[in-house]
Design a protein around this ligand. Structure first.
Ligand code: FMN
Length: 179
């Protein structure tokens, strides 16, 4: 898929089929994440962890659903693949690590779109939900790393309709050109 088509076609998918994504697609999505820019080139300060183990996914789903208080709310929409992006908060207190994670996340979100997959950027499940040590341990992160965002990826249940950049609402995000 052409670059600008992928940008225009990207949207949040929240209904997935149970079918797992292909290993080669996961590899490409991870590569796209690894290509992202990182502040001060602190590549060692961020980490990507793809989770496809059904038992561990179920544990996360059950924990997040219980925390939400709504038995019908599945915070990652039961996607078959979760890609956690974790970072080490900086000693100087600057929140640049959140921006680093966002760059990695968007690269992967677009890569998933380009591959015809559905995906959604998730913040709540690792920031609004109190996470247990046991759940965090499933990510096998080195000490000091905290999961900052998660990309849920899978096959969209509903076909994703084509969209071009020209079809996007011009005022979706205010943009001004000053000359
Ligand atoms: C930083 C960030 C955090 C988000 N967190 C969540 C989330 O926790 N749960 C969710 O369902 N969607 C989440 N989203 C997806 C947004 O709701 C979605 O991108 C927005 O509604 C625009 O829709 P679109 O992605 O289809 O263009 C998040 C998106 C971003 C960029």
């Amino acid at each position: 898929m052409d670059f600008f088509t992928a940008i225009a076609m990207r949207r949040s998918t929240r209904i997935f089929t149970p079918e797992q994504i292909k290993d080669e697609d996961l590899t490409l999505i991870l590569k796209a994440g690894q290509a992202a820019p990182v502040g001060h080139s602190d590549f060692a300060g961020v980490r990507i962890t793809a989770l496809q183990n059904p038992d561990i996914l179920k544990a996360w789903d059950q924990h997040c659903t219980a925390a939400s208080g709504n038995p019908n709310y599945h915070m990652f929409y039961q996607a078959p693949t979760l890609i956690f992006v974790a970072a080490k908060p900086k000693a100087d207190g600057q929140p640049v690590y959140v921006a680093d994670v966002a760059c990695i996340m968007e690269n992967m979100h677009l890569a998933a779109t380009a591959l015809g997959l559905g995906s959604v950027y998730l913040w709540a499940m690792v920031n609004r939900v109190p996470l247990t040590e046991e759940l965090l341990h499933t990510l096998q992160l080195p000490p000091e790393f905290k999961p900052v965002s998660v990309l849920a990826v899978g096959h969209p249940k509903l076909p994703v309709s084509a969209r071009t950049l020209a079809e996007l609402k011009p005022d979706r995000i205010a943009a001004t050109i000053l000359k």
